[in-house]
Design a binder for this molecule. Structure first.
Ligand code: NDP
Length: 284
């Protein structure tokens, strides 16, 4: 049971689909408690037809910001006063921040990913392979390019989505991007430094699903990252570890997007260890 709200507390939250116990809420409130912040993070179910009213409600109630999940990441933009650079490039917002009297849309998914990547490797001048071309891949592709990656290969099952992402990268960020249609076992090419699964393959309940690629091309000098937070020890994570690669699991990205959200909203730099522990408790 959470404590009742009091009107001195600063409010943040997540507008999206309902979930029984929202891991992000548990993680955010663990950070607030740990740092003695009298703040709350509420999970609020908002249907597509109510998004405009929900954003106006957040303004009226003085929310300091909120996250948005599917299906609101694109639709929320028309209700905001402006966008940060990468959110504008991606055309998607997952974190709204009150700056003065304005609500500004940011995208912390890719920034959170790059923050966890930097714990192992600087993406500057690196060759990157990204499986997937959906929202997560778009966020990661833009941010690793802004962080200086020299080459990005997008490997995707559907051609149109893959080519669209490659066109966006080549037009707007300083990285050279190409597309490979994923229609059989993929071999990671020479010159790759970082391999990222940004598909939903491996997400609960399909935990035994595997990426279709030649595991013998996973050399031990690679950094391998998976966006899947549940379960974090995906087949890819375990395979890469067994081959001596350095590995980042999906909790790293989830924690670090939360770290950036808390920084944006509160000005406090929260302890990622506390946040990760809270998440691990919820996700088992
Ligand atoms: P989207 O639905 O936008 O994209 C899904 C991607 O996965 C597409 O590229 C799709 O290919 C590909 N895909 C799905 N199933 C298969 C399959 N069987 N074979 C090959 N390709 C497949 O989802 P998102 O990008 O929003 O999310 C992707 C994952 O990222 C989710 O599992 C989500 O949990 C995770 N995520 C994690 C975050 C974190 O903080 N750790 C943050 C955000 C997302 P196609 O285009 O061909 O359909």
């Amino acid at each position: 049971m959470t404590e009742p709200l009091n009107f001195k507390q600063e409010l943040t939250g997540c507008f999206g689909q309902p979930v029984a116990e929202n891991p992000t809420q548990v993680m955010m409130e663990a950070a607030y408690r740990h740092h003695g912040l009298d703040w709350r993070y509420l999970t609020i179910e908002v249907g597509p037809d109510d998004l405009s009213a929900a954003v106006e409600g957040a303004r009226a109630m003085g929310f300091r910001g909120f996250n948005c999940t599917i299906p609101h990441k694109v639709a929320v933009i028309q209700h905001l006063d402006g966008l940060g650079e990468s959110a504008s490039l991606m055309g998607a917002v997952n974190c709204v921040v009150r700056r003065g009297d304005q609500l500004i849309g940011e995208n912390t998914d890719g920034k959170g990913f790059v923050k966890s990547l930097r714990e192992l490797v600087d993406p500057q001048d690196k060759g990157v392979v990204i499986f997937g071309a959906g929202g997560a891949a778009r966020a990661i592709g833009v941010e690793v390019a802004l962080a200086g990656a020299s080459h990005i290969t997008i490997v995707n099952r559907s051609q149109s989505r893959g080519e669209e992402l490659v066109a966006l990268l080549n037009a707007h960020v300083p990285a050279d991007a190409d597309f490979v249609l994923w229609e059989g076992p993929y071999s990671i090419p020479e010159g790759t430094n970082i391999v990222i699964n940004a598909t939903s393959i491996g997400l609960f309940p399909n935990i035994d699903a595997r990426l279709d690629f030649d595991v013998n091309t996973l050399s031990s000098d690679l950094v391998v990252a998976d966006v899947i937070p549940n379960p974090p020890r995906t087949h890819l994570v375990r395979e890469a570890e067994s081959r001596g690669c350095r590995v980042i699991d999906g909790l790293g990205m989830l924690v670090n997007q939360g770290v950036i959200g808390v920084e944006y909203w509160t000005g406090t730099n929260p302890d990622p260890v506390v946040m990760r522990e809270a998440l691990e408790e919820v996700l088992g």
